[in-house]
Ligand binder design. Structure first.
Ligand SMILES: NC(=O)C1=CN([C@@H]2O[C@H](COP(=O)(O)OP(=O)(O)OC[C@H]3O[C@@H](n4cnc5c(N)ncnc54)[C@H](OP(=O)(O)O)[C@@H]3O)[C@@H](O)[C@H]2O)C=CC1
Ligand SMILES: CC(=O)N[C@@H](CCC(=O)OP(=O)(O)O)C(=O)O
Length: 346
């Protein structure tokens, strides 16, 4: 059994970790860490766990708590994980960080987009970007895994095979993505209150959303050539789900089957990637509550552009599910252990 602790267990991503890990055959949750609810029963914070989880939220010194576990998930705000990582801690535990602290390799890019000083830059190089479908081998060996962002997961998985095969103009990538409100976390903010979100759709972070450099960096590795993109996120009145629609210019003439083959070959060993049948396009409701990413595309013959649609559940493949998939790789478990859940419908 792998003993785990969850920091940020009272947030949306932390709670989703608890829900999924309860179902994992190889995991024992040792503690649920919180700053705001120390001493309170977890099932009081989330009534859904009444008679299921009898733990009380713990606080205190992470280094001390780390002695009780093998792995820590940090489902915490930006800047937290980089503040606790040190060599002593890493001798004790592995870390899967759900924040962006270790996702971006260039520290100046991190500072520019996050407006934060990085607290442990010496560990950025060794941290592995935890997109399992792309970095599986490195994740197996990692001590620190930087779990990808939610929009970035949906966007990178949709575009990676295309940039790798160089069948598109790398300067032409436009991603238009929509997210449910749980993507913004459980902390209150005016922008996320019911009346602000309900019956409304809005674009935000236009030209400057912090997932832009993360997508660019990973696609650049895939293409082995510098990529810059346009990325526009939208907030929609839904609890969960991300739908990303990407537009790219094709370099030459391709048939549906040519492109389908590129996707199918690239993802042939990937349990959670579903390339849908021709004419069927991803919908958030078909992946809700699951770790699947659904992808499909259509060629616009008039403009010779390819339109690629991808859908994930932001809290599962976009956060907690992917974090568990990473942990499974780090411990040599079946990659899908604890995650073989069918989507919830409706
Ligand atoms: N929501 C999503 O869809 C996704 C989220 N992420 C990332 O996952 C992380 C968690 O996100 P999410 O669950 O949405 O956020 P929430 O705001 O819902 O939860 C954040 C958690 O962190 C704890 N926390 C807050 N401040 C601190 C601190 N200074 N030190 C330690 N713990 C703190 C909070 O609870 P308490 O006060 O009880 O400690 C809370 O449990 C973030 O980095 C986010 O960017 C990544 C992908 C998708
Ligand atoms: C709807 C919404 O607000 N979504 C969040 C992204 C959540 C996520 O993936 O965050 P990290 O990269 O910070 O981990 C946002 O746009 O900031």
């Amino acid at each position: 059994m792998v003993k785990v602790g969850i920091v940020g267990s009272t947030g949306y991503a932390g709670e989703e970790l608890v829900r999924l890990l309860l179902n994992h055959k190889e995991v024992d949750i040792k503690w649920l860490y919180s700053q705001s609810y120390v001493g309170e029963e977890y099932s009081r914070v989330f009534g859904s766990y009444f008679k299921i989880v009898d733990d009380t939220c713990v606080g205190g010194d992470i280094e001390e708590l780390s002695r009780e576990v093998d792995l820590i998930f940090t489902a915490t705000p930006q800047g937290y994980c980089s503040g606790i990582v040190n060599e002593e801690l890493l001798k004790q535990v592995k870390i899967v960080d759900l924040s962006a602290d270790f996702r971006i390799k260039d520290i100046d890019v991190y500072k520019e987009w996050y407006k934060l000083e990085h607290k442990s830059p010496e560990f950025i190089k060794e941290a592995v970007y935890g997109l399992c479908e792309i970095n599986r081998d490195d994740i197996r060996e990692a001590r620190i895994v930087a779990n990808p962002g939610c929009y970035t997961t949906a966007s990178i998985l949709a575009l990676y095979p295309l940039v790798k095969e160089k069948i598109i103009d790398l300067k032409s990538i436009v991603i238009d993505a929509k997210s449910g409100t749980s993507g913004a976390g459980r902390g209150t903010s005016l922008a996320n209150m019911f009346c602000e979100v309900n019956e409304n759709i809005k674009a935000y972070g236009i030209t400057n959303h912090r997932h832009t450099p993360e997508i660019e960096e990973q696609l650049t590795y895939g293409a082995n050539e510098k990529i810059i993109i346009n990325f526009t996120p939208h907030l929609i009145p839904m609890n969960r789900g991300i739908l990303a629609t990407s537009y790219v210019n094709l370099k030459g003439k391709f048939s549906y089957d040519d492109i389908k083959k590129i996707y199918v070959d690239f993802y042939k060993d990937d349990y959670f990637v579903r390339i849908l049948d021709e004419g069927i396009y991803p919908e958030t409701k078909w992946v809700k509550g699951s770790n699947y990413v659904d992808i499909n595309f259509k060629i616009d013959e008039r403009t010779n552009r390819l339109v690629v649609i991808s859908a994930i559940d932001n809290l599962v493949k976009g956060a907690a599910g992917q974090a568990i998939q990473n942990m499974n790789l780090m411990y040599g478990f079946d990659e899908a252990e604890g995650l073989k859940l069918a989507p919830v419908f409706p």
